[in-house]
Design a binder for this molecule. Structure first.
Ligand SMILES: [Cu+2]
Length: 501
């Protein structure tokens, strides 16, 4: 059953029918994409004695995603989501986080290389009314990072309600390449999320067991908090900076005209050179930078297509994958071109040099096996066995804030091998570092992974090896996290802690 945009916005009875019909329908498939894309405001920081200070007030608010039906939301400096923090490599930043909510929260700087006490993970709780003011130097290159709540056991709930924003790092090298870089004009951020709504307008969350086990899936797509968005482009070439900040959904991005995506950036850096991909899977927490060339008065849609891994899986994996719900085809946003400024579309063949490390440099390999109590069984051998204690975990243990799982010597280069003993795909994130993907089941990384990364998809039965260096910040007392970025899995315990000693 497909529901038109008109009936979706067409009054209470149509709305009630829509709510009764959920989930597996994408309500907006036949829509007109009438809403202009909201662009998060830029926060450049106030100059101070020591670098720049950014004021971030965590607030409760109301947002109108569905016409006439307000939703209670959370945001930073606004009712839903937060401003885009922009800073320069080498500068010092102070982030003044004030929690005006009636509940505790945290803000974690996802992708940032920084001291553990400044990380904003589950140990840096900001109580109601309190101010938390981490300060650190930006010791990494141009990239699209982000920030979000990381409250222990409640990350999914707080991110769902709106506690997320972008964290843009610029440097001289990236600005010398002639890439589109006018924020909101030819350098457009896209924060992609899926949501379900209750008849009262509020987000529907954890109302089904599937939310907890398979991960939350919504049936309405938001981009920067905009339902059914379009953006009017005025330059021939546009850079899209895409963040999957959905709780759980994996998007398989592609253009509806079948043309290739032109990929220039990964989570933590530009790629060495641009690559073309027809489809590109983006898991929760991952980012990708694309270039899109438009013709005057042209229009294309950025789509999500069925997840090839889920759709191609056989046996119980297909059943589980099907229930995980990454199987639909739907549009995300419409890109419309007006009269276009003609621009020089040449691009350097080489964008940057991406740091890397060889296995020979690694001091050791550590293995992290992702497991789930209900789904680990029946896949023995190298995949490990089912869990006995908690719902979800890593190496047989669920997250325990008082237990340090791993001690990494300062400056050591390590290979971390992530194995997936479950029947679902997971999105594995390591705090503090930017890593390189060494291999996937012995094969090469995917083309869009040929840059620095901090989050990687790991499919059922797969093993992904990553390599990185744990540099600069020693602290035996404050741990960093590593975890699944499917937020319901993280909240159910698929998370561990490491310290750098
Ligand atoms: Cu997971």
């Amino acid at each position: 059953m497909t529901i038109s945009r008109r009936s979706f916005f067409g009054g209470a009875s149509a709305a009630a029918a829509f709510f009764l019909s959920q989930p597996p329908v994408f309500a907006l498939e036949t829509g007109r994409f009438a809403n202009p894309l909201k662009i998060p405001s830029l926060l450049e920081g106030a100059p101070g004695v020591d670098g720049k200070t950014y004021d971030l007030n965590v607030v409760a608010g109301k947002s109108e995603f569905l016409t006439g039906l307000p939703t209670q939301t959370l945001g930073i400096n606004g009712p839903y989501l937060g401003p885009t923090i922009r800073c320069r490599a080498g500068n010092r930043v102070t982030l003044r986080v004030k929690n005006t909510l009636a509940e505790p929260t945290t803000l974690h700087w996802h992708g940032l290389h920084l001291p553990a006490r400044s990380d904003g993970g589950p140990h840096q709780v900001v109580d109601p009314g309190a101010v938390w003011e981490p300060s650190f130097e930006i010791k990494q290159r141009s990239s699209l990072c982000w920030y979000h709540s990381h409250l222990l056991g409640r990350t999914g709930d707080q991110v769902l309600r709106g506690l997320a924003g972008l964290f843009l790092i610029e440097d001289e090298e990236s600005q010398s390449l002639g890439l589109p870089s006018e924020y909101g004009v030819d350098d457009i951020p896209l924060m992609i999320q899926d949501r379900r709504f209750n008849p009262d307008g509020n987000f529907d969350y954890l109302s089904s067991m599937f939310d907890t086990t398979m991960g939350y899936k919504g049936n309405v797509i938001l981009v920067n908090g905009t339902v059914e968005p379009h953006v009017v482009l005025r330059r021939q070439r546009t850079r899209l900076r895409i963040l999957n900040c959905s709780n759980s959904r994996i998007y398989t991005l592609g253009r509806d005209d079948g043309a290739d995506l032109f990929v220039i950036g990964a989570d933590g850096s530009l790629l060495e050179r641009p690559v073309r991909q027809r489809r590109l899977r983006l898991g929760p927490g991952e980012r990708v930078e694309l270039l899109v060339d438009m013709q005057t008065n042209g229009a294309i849609r950025l789509m999500s297509y069925p997840d090839p891994v889920t759709a191609g899986a056989m046996g119980p994996g297909m059943m589980m994958g099907g229930m995980a719900g990454n199987t639909e085809t739907f549009p995300i946003i419409e890109l419309r071109a007006a009269q276009l400024d003609t621009t020089d579309l040449s691009l350097p063949e080489r964008l940057t040099r991406v740091p890397s490390w060889t296995p020979a440099q690694a001091a050791r390999t550590r293995t992290f096996t992702l497991d789930m109590a209900m789904m680990g069984m029946g896949m023995g051998g190298m995949m490990g066995v089912g869990r006995m204690d908690g719902l979800m975990g890593i190496n047989g243990r669920s997250m325990d804030k008082s237990r340090i799982d791993v001690q990494v010597p300062l400056g050591s280069i390590e290979i971390w091998e992530i194995r997936n003993a479950t029947l679902l795909t997971h999105s594995f994130h390591i705090h503090d570092v930017q890593l390189r993907v060494l291999d996937r089941d012995g094969g090469p990384p995917l083309p869009h992974e040929l840059g620095l990364k901090d989050t990687v998809l790991v499919d059922p039965g797969s093993a992904v090896r990553v390599i990185t260096e744990f540099a600069d910040f020693i602290d035996p007392h404050n741990p960093y996290m590593y975890h699944c970025h499917i937020l319901e899995h993280e909240d159910a315990g698929m998370m561990g802690q490491f310290v750098v000693v």
